[in-house]
Write a protein that binds this ligand. Structure first.
Ligand SMILES: CC(C)(COP(=O)(O)OP(=O)(O)OC[C@H]1O[C@@H](n2cnc3c(N)ncnc32)[C@H](O)[C@@H]1OP(=O)(O)O)[C@@H](O)C(=O)NCCC(=O)NCCS
Length: 160
């Protein structure tokens, strides 16, 4: 897979990376998770993910939670100055390697209907819309719909 961003290093997230994750969430205008929630997720909540680093600076992250036979993509962000260079794709493919090894049925996620960049990205990497989540997110005024997306890896998987 081609990643236009040169000298990119992908590292597994650990509990020492909480501040890096929060600072990218902030500049990406993603919900900034409380340090305690991130700590719990990574320590006890079956959360995991990866950081993308360039010259030791963190430029992107992806965060997931493992459930029994599926995974939830919880949060993803790349610094504005590093976008459209394949960083998110590279992070996702790192996750996908784990998912295939673990025999996971699917990855799912929720996204705001207005988040065109993310929706284009998810479609490009093979996610399909499952349903509309009516009035799912708070907006500046009122509520905004969300979309549930999923990417299925093992079609004949029997959900218990
Ligand atoms: C969504 C996001 C993570 C994509 O990161 P990225 O590193 O720029 O994505 P990539 O470079 O790997 O993009 C791969 C492909 O996705 C699609 N894509 C990505 N951003 C896009 C955009 N703004 N508009 C249209 N398509 C886009 C394109 O097909 C792109 O390939 P191309 O650049 O060759 O055309 C980034 O825009 C971001 O951090 N957004 C803010 C946070 C956010 O919305 N997170 C998701 C919450 S659910």
């Amino acid at each position: 897979m081609v990643c236009k961003e040169k000298n990119l290093v992908i590292e597994r997230i650990d509990k020492n990376n909480i501040l890096s994750i929060q600072s990218i969430q902030k500049v990406c205008e993603e919900p900034v998770w409380e340090a305690s929630s991130l700590f719990h997720l990574l320590d006890k909540g079956s959360g995991y993910g990866y950081l993308a680093k360039k010259s030791r600076n963190t430029i992107g992250y992806i965060l997931l939670r493992s459930l029994s036979n599926e995974e939830e993509l919880l949060s993803l962000g790349v610094l504005k100055s590093n976008r459209r260079n394949g960083v998110a794709k590279r992070l996702f493919y790192e996750v996908e390697r784990d998912v295939i090894k673990k025999n996971i049925y699917r990855i799912f996620l929720e996204v705001r209907v207005e988040n065109n960049a993310a929706i284009c990205f998810y479609k490009l990497i093979g996610f399909k819309k499952v349903k509309v989540l009516k009035n799912y997110y708070r907006a500046d005024i009122g509520y905004e719909d969300g979309l549930l997306f999923s990417k299925v890896y093992f079609d004949d998987y029997k959900l218990s």
